[in-house]
Design a protein around this ligand. Structure first.
Ligand SMILES: *Cc1c(COP(=O)(O)O)cnc(C)c1O
Length: 408
């Protein structure tokens, strides 16, 4: 019989990334398994933000747009994110939210595929991706088509302008084969837009290697940029010259400070900018991105797989009544595991009361995310052990655990 606790202790002792947890402001008692929803706070962030506020803004005032490099930050931060996702330094920019970047890039893709109107996506994809297609459909610009996960390739036909998929599914953790589906879309004459919100900083991503056209991703999950951190957008270099995006704000102009009456887009990826970049949020994101880059994707991926594999095996043995709905093979899933139970919400609340923070996804999923920069094997073991105890004791039946908050 496996001694899971001893195994967790052994794995933590042998973990080359163990020291990185110290770079985050995390209570030692906390098993934080929700970094896939909101990444933890890097210890360096508060001082960095204080410095930006007091020195760059307070003392430098408007001169900081030049002297502190604020104006270049969207591109520079994009260039730092690029190697994490297999992109070139001039193909990524930081701007707006994932939702807004989806709008810009879906529109731009439709404009590049005149005569085709269908945007194909997966039924059950993350809601904002589906809603943004709907918004464009409401304006008569797009036609939304949804297919089941296994039937995406067959749903590609001559009408499809764009295939929009989320690389790692937020609920199940299933990961699409990016290269294979990109090729299938291209073979059908369509472009591809990948949502990397649950991928960047946790799983291997090779946008250039896959021949991807566009991508978007989130700054506040595995990149640890803080709540509402700005998002990123990727455009393959071959599309940059022809690309037209509809949010033609002045910051995407080729010469914003010429104050011309007429819009002329910047030649590069900065044409995706719309309004003035949120500098405080970008500086916070920069700290998170620097941390992730310092650890390196290969090491993060290896630890992510080890953490989820340990948890999957322990859950299968000790908590068999919660079936795992994520793929068995760690190479086919993101940095998370999802378990189904009718009372997943209550179980999640009871775990939080014991300082094990996972999350609940409607209607019946208990989700554990493994942010490899700071999650310990001991945290994974605690999650399994506490869950077993909560089920055995019936503690989850307490009425206070059934009350749902606005954010779940
Ligand atoms: C978290 C997430 C988003 C977030 O979108 P915002 O507009 O930044 O709120 C988008 N797509 C996916 C797949 C996500 O997981």
């Amino acid at each position: 019989m496996t001694d899971w606790q001893a195994e967790a202790v052994r794995l933590d002792a042998a973990d080359p990334l163990a020291k990185w947890r110290d770079e985050f402001l995390l209570d030692g008692e906390l098993a934080y398994l929700d970094g896939n929803s909101l990444g933890a706070l890097p210890k360096a962030t508060p001082a960095r933000i204080a410095d930006v506020v007091e020195r760059e803004w307070g003392e430098g005032l408007i001169g900081s747009w030049n002297s502190a490099g604020w104006i270049d930050l969207p591109r520079e931060l994009g260039a730092k994110i690029a190697p994490l996702i297999g992109a070139g330094p001039r193909e990524v920019v930081v701007a707006d939210s994932v939702s807004v970047n989806l709008f810009k890039l879906i529109s731009a893709a439709l404009a590049l595929r005149q005569g085709r109107k269908v945007v194909l996506s997966e039924s059950g994809n993350f809601p904002t991706d589906l809603y943004m297609i709907e918004g464009l459909e409401g304006q008569g610009l797009a036609e939304r088509r949804l297919a089941e996960r296994g039937a995406i390739a067959e749903a590609l036909d001559d009408d499809v302008a764009l295939l929009l998929l989320t690389h790692v599914h937020y609920k199940s953790g299933e990961m699409f084969d990016m290269a294979r589906l990109t090729k299938a879309a291209h073979d059908a004459g369509a472009l591809v837009l990948w949502d990397l919100s649950h991928s960047a900083g946790a799983v291997p991503v090779d946008l250039n290697g896959a021949g991807a056209d566009f991508a978007v991703g989130c700054g506040y999950k595995y990149l640890n940029g803080g709540p509402g951190a700005p998002a990123f957008a990727y455009v393959a270099e071959r599309h940059l010259a022809a690309l037209k995006q509809p949010l033609s704000g002045w910051m995407g102009h080729k010469a914003p400070f010429a104050f011309s009456d007429d819009y002329e887009p910047a030649p590069g990826v900065e044409k995706l900018l719309c309004g003035t970049p949120p500098i405080l949020g970008m500086r916070a994101l920069e700290v998170g991105v620097d941390l992730v880059s310092g650890i390196g994707i290969p090491a993060l991926v290896e630890k992510s797989r080890a953490l989820s594999e340990f948890t999957r095996a322990a859950m299968e043995t000790l908590v068999p009544e919660l079936p795992c709905i994520s793929p068995d093979d760690s190479r086919q899933r993101g940095s998370q595991l999802s378990f189904a139970h009718e009372n997943a919400y209550e179980l999640c609340q009871a775990l939080i009361a014991r300082h094990v923070v996972g999350d609940f996804r409607a209607p019946d999923i208990l989700r554990f995310g493994f942010a490899p920069a700071y999650v310990r094997f001991a945290d994974c073991w605690r999650a399994v052990r506490e869950l077993r105890d909560i089920l055995d004791s019936g503690e989850w039946r307490k009425p206070e655990y059934a009350t749902r908050a606005a954010v779940t």
